[in-house]
Ligand binder design. Structure first.
Ligand SMILES: [Zn+2]
Length: 297
């Protein structure tokens, strides 16, 4: 079984639950419009072999969830890609069979223990374990949980014309069944940045990667965490925040949100819990020489 990395934020603990690793994503695909020679010729010191190949041509990405255990509550942030999902247009996520639920159990959590599921955005690799197949139907994996996501994001992707190819089918098998089961709480993070009964969490609108993408702040006993969703995909973007991924749907907003998240994390000395960085996926963002540096933790 994989090593379990656990972090403390005040009185809370944070644990990663891996779904899968994508070890060799072509950098020309992930960052199509940018000069990637920095990856081969002058990489920042935190880019090691776990992040990128020697020639910079391929990058590693992790797909995972975060468990936050705080004040007797078990909160899951994002739910990976899921098993058995039909993704004919996105082969890396098609008909997966990962031991995600066993890893959740190894971290001490059964699906029925999850009280709240917080979703940063409604893309294929963030909502997959929302549901599991029961007979012919997709049913909530976390039967006792309230699933929280953006109302504007939900309404936007309810229109099939707005769904990008990588996420085709996701709304039907991983989002709508949560609504139909009566387990969704749809929020407007602008007017409702906190939720009653969910002490310490704050929702921040960080749109751009998706229509109404959320980043999730967490504070306990004066210590801060930021669960930034897909404002960044890879640690090279700490040095190059102007690099959008190929999956960022609204590029100008995505870049603005990335800079917001970096500044927010640096200002508060937050522990930064990324969605897709390989290695531990966790680090601290600091300002240096007019830019930012990444200190893995
Ligand atoms: Zn993602």
């Amino acid at each position: 079984m994989d090593t379990i990395h656990r972090y403390r934020i005040g009185s809370a603990t944070v644990t990663r639950v891996a779904d899968l690793v994508l070890p060799e994503i072509p950098s020309a695909y992930l960052f199509p419009d940018r000069d990637r020679s920095i990856l081969a010729n002058d990489p920042p010191p935190w880019i090691g072999r776990e992040n990128a190949s020697q020639d910079g041509e391929t990058l590693a990405l992790s797909v995972h969830s975060w468990i936050v255990q705080t004040e007797g509550k078990t909160v899951l942030i994002d739910t990976g890609a899921g098993n058995g999902k039909h993704r004919p247009l996105n082969p890396v996520f098609d008909q997966l069979d990962t031991p995600y639920l066993q890893r959740l159990a190894a971290a001490g959590v059964q699906p029925a223990d999850v009280d709240v599921v917080l979703i940063t955005h409604l893309h294929v690799d963030h909502v997959g374990w929302n549901t599991v197949r029961k007979g012919d139907a997709w049913r909530p994996t976390f039967a006792n949980a309230t699933y929280v996501f953006s109302d504007a994001e939900y309404r936007f992707y309810a229109d099939e014309a707005h769904v990008q190819t990588p996420s085709a089918g996701v709304f039907e098998d991983s989002v709508q069944p949560i609504i139909d089961a009566g387990q969704a709480l749809l929020i407007d993070a602008q007017s409702q940045p906190t939720l009653e009964g969910l002490e310490g969490f704050t929702f921040h609108r960080t749109k751009g990667h998706s229509f109404d993408h959320l980043s999730i702040g967490f504070t306990s006993e004066g210590q801060h965490a930021l669960f930034s969703g897909d404002v960044m995909h890879h640690p090279i973007q700490i040095a190059k925040p102007e690099w959008n991924s190929t999956f960022c749907e609204f590029p100008d907003d995505a870049e603005r949100s990335r800079l917001w998240a970096l500044n927010h994390a640096a200002d508060r000395h937050s522990l930064f819990f990324s969605s897709h960085f390989p290695g531990t996926s966790v680090g601290v963002v600091e300002r240096q020489a007019g830019g930012f540096v990444w200190l893995p933790r």
